[in-house]
Write a protein that binds this ligand. Structure first.
Ligand SMILES: Cc1ncc(COP(=O)(O)O)c(C=O)c1O
Length: 377
């Protein structure tokens, strides 16, 4: 593999972000095989690259979007469909999972009769006024203890408010189709899923008893990626989810999930290059041509821990790896065990960097960010 990467770096230049579409397909199939009753809605936010969308679209994925632009990105895939098929696709295969949508967005999506989430009464009123054609999914606040990125401090209705929010929606003439939650991204604490399913099933079964005909259970994202060997296996989690869903919900529900990271994290590698080397307070600083304002933005926004490997061998010591911008904040890592003999022009590579990386790259300081290369399309 190293030789292939080296060749690609020499041919295409660096920083080079290599997306392996075979790996995306493999991740999609692993997910679907282990959770055969769950329809996958890929969370576009994890990596919105259009080629990734196309690969997942071809695999039969549905999509979770958070903005009008993400929605249109998916809609572009079906522009050539007949009107009837387009309508069906939007209704069956897209969810707007951002619980807060501005009025303009709601006005624009009204004609598509979208499925949208909500978690508060003001949002309900807004949806009623600007997008009354929408089907609704109530997002619940659930435990997200220990997840890499917590969600419940910003999103989700308190379970105790759920019954009122469902009643209020129906009272406004809107239709609540189901319930959703998100246990936090890179969730390695599987108890979060079991608690969330319990909370959801209580509300779901209670609502059905009251005559509200909901049928969607959206188990969100959070499915963990094996960044290191401490991460518990997805297959184990899938078994827990599968058996809990069978135990807690009636047979006729429609189960959906919104995996983002799981589909794309392991499908990309970044090759960066040493552009400067200095000893500062005794420590080697490798200045590389990518940083936290660019492909390593996940360090800031995703609480992600980078990993580095080198093509060259040498005696290892604790080094810093820093980005190319003028900002001293642009430090990718202040403690990496790397060979001390790397020189300007040597390459480093970083695995499992496909999610929440290029998605939040900026153009800060005039640096373009990594070139994207697709393989195995
Ligand atoms: C509503 C929603 N669904 C799905 C996801 C994807 O989560 P993950 O990448 O952890 O699978 C996110 C991530 O932020 C989200 O906010």
């Amino acid at each position: 593999m190293k030789e292939k990467l080296l060749k690609l770096a020499k041919k295409h230049g660096t920083p080079l972000f290599i997306i392996d579409h075979d790996k995306i397909r493999e991740n999609f199939r692993i997910f679907s095989k282990n959770l055969p009753n769950v329809q996958v809605y890929y969370a576009v936010k994890a990596n919105s690259n259009q080629e990734i969308i196309r690969t997942l679209f071809d695999e039969g994925s549905s999509f979770d979007v958070a903005s009008y632009n993400e929605f249109i990105q998916i809609y572009d895939q079906i522009r050539s469909f007949r009107k009837k098929d387009k309508d069906f696709f939007v209704w069956d295969k897209i969810i707007f999972s951002n619980t807060i949508k501005d009025r303009d967005t709601l006005k624009k999506i009204k004609k598509y009769k979208p499925l949208v989430t909500y978690d508060n009464v003001d949002e309900l009123k807004k949806i009623k006024e600007y997008c009354p054609t929408a089907g609704l999914v109530l997002r619940l606040k659930v435990p997200d203890t220990g997840s890499q990125v917590e969600m419940s401090s910003k999103f989700g209705a308190e379970p105790g408010e759920a019954a009122d929010l469902i009643q209020q929606a129906f009272g406004l003439g809107l239709n609540v189709e189901g319930l959703s939650f998100h246990v936090g991204s890179q969730c390695t604490n599987f108890d979060n899923y079991t608690s969330a399913l319990h909370i959801t099933s209580d509300i779901f079964n209670h609502s059905r008893k009251k005559g509200y005909k909901m049928n969607i259970i959206d188990i969100g994202g959070g499915f963990p990626v094996p960044y290191d060997n401490m991460v518990p296996r997805f297959e184990k989690l899938a078994k827990v989810i599968d058996s809990e869903c069978k135990r807690l919900f009636p047979d006729d529900i429609e189960l959906i999930a919104e995996p983002g990271r799981f589909m794309v994290a392991t499908a990309a590698i970044l090759i960066s290059e040493v552009i400067g080397k200095a000893r500062r307070d005794g420590k080697i600083f490798y200045h590389i041509n990518d940083g936290v304002y660019h492909t390593f933005s996940g360090i800031v926004y995703d609480h992600w821990t980078p990993n580095f490997q080198t093509f060259k061998r040498g005696k290892k010591e604790v080094c810093a790896v820093v980005g190319p911008t003028c900002d001293s904040f642009d430090k990718v890592s202040v403690s990496e065990h790397l060979p001390g003999n790397l020189e300007i022009g040597d390459y480093l590579y970083t695995k499992n960097i496909g999610a929440y990386s290029t998605a939040s790259t900026t153009k800060f300081n005039g640096f373009d960010g990594a070139k994207i290369l697709h393989i195995n399309k």
